[in-house]
Design a protein around this ligand. Sequence first.
Ligand SMILES: Cc1cc2nc3c(=O)[nH]c(=O)nc-3n(C[C@H](O)[C@H](O)[C@H](O)COP(=O)(O)O)c2cc1C
Length: 352
Amino acid sequence: MEIAGRTIRTVLAPMEGVSHPTFRALMGARGGLDLVCTEFVRISPAPLSPKHMRRAVEFADGPDGQPLPLSVQVMGNDAAKMAEAAALVADAGASVVDVNMGCPMPRVVRKGVGAAMLKDPALLRDVLGQMREKTPGLLSAKIRAGFDDAANVVRIARVVEEAGADFIAVHPRRRCDFYEGVADWRIVRTLADELSIPVIGNGDVWYAADALRMERETGCAAVMIGRPAMRNPWIFQQIEDLRAGREPFAPSGDDLLAWLHEVSAIYARVFHKKRGPIGKLKELVRWFGRAVDDGGAFRSVALRVHTVEALHRAADEHLTGLPAERIDLQADGHLGLERSGSALAAVLARTA
Ligand SMILES: Cc1cc2nc3c(=O)[nH]c(=O)nc-3n(C[C@H](O)[C@H](O)[C@H](O)COP(=O)(O)O)c2cc1C
């Protein structure tokens, strides 16, 4: 799959409150990333603010200083408004306009948007169809496997395809699963087999080697990564290294410390208002702390602090000098702390 002449194989997932422009810039600069997604922009029935829509189109640069393709996600169920939003975003230069059809949050589905749209294929067809008419460039949708069950996933994906989407991303959990259980990669494989548009696979790609495994097992065109990028900021580089046959970087405790200091300095400048950067930093620590093989000691101390200084002290104390073997961030997942495995892998293992 190509966007603006670039082959897209890795995608940073949209994450509300996480994949803001600063995080996107940090991730883009590290390398190995091909397509960057924004968090969703809510399109309500109220009049649209063209300025607000244009502001969403903020590119992240790759390591070469060139902007990476950007997918701007919109969320709403008013077809005319969504089409107007798509036109504004495309006009402002977004490489892709993406529709959120997967957000499971009660405050979202109560409004009939996000994953709630999976229950209404006719609405979905109307929204995407009207967006298609107003979107000169690429249009995509990000879906879950279903709302309460996955029985209709192929039908939903077909509607997305027939409405004119250029590609589709699937997080193969149902809405009722939220983030529980494992992402069922068999669903990615089914969609990749059944559709003629490219399918992006997403969910539980915890280690770099998992990305290549997902491609192999499912035939997806690209792999989208969300929470694992907070857990392992090197994951996209490691995937690139694996593809190139290079030895992937194996971060140590000191590398994690350096990452925390780098992010901390930047977040301090960007998020200096209100409660400062501590909340956003703790969100990252919550994830990369899971990779430290110390029985959760670092994470439990770090998540109780209230200041950046205390967070740095906790990190210094717990991470300094920790060898790479004790950090579960190697490309092959050598410690396997997150290894519940894809459902497909589990099935294949049982039937082997
Ligand atoms: C904090 C958070 C915020 C998210 N926000 C969005 C969003 O704005 N739009 C969206 O389509 N998905 C959103 N997601 C879902 C992710 O894009 C992704 O589908 C999910 O986390 C599974 O992928 P992963 O296992 O790589 O994290 C969010 C997930 C998390 C954890």
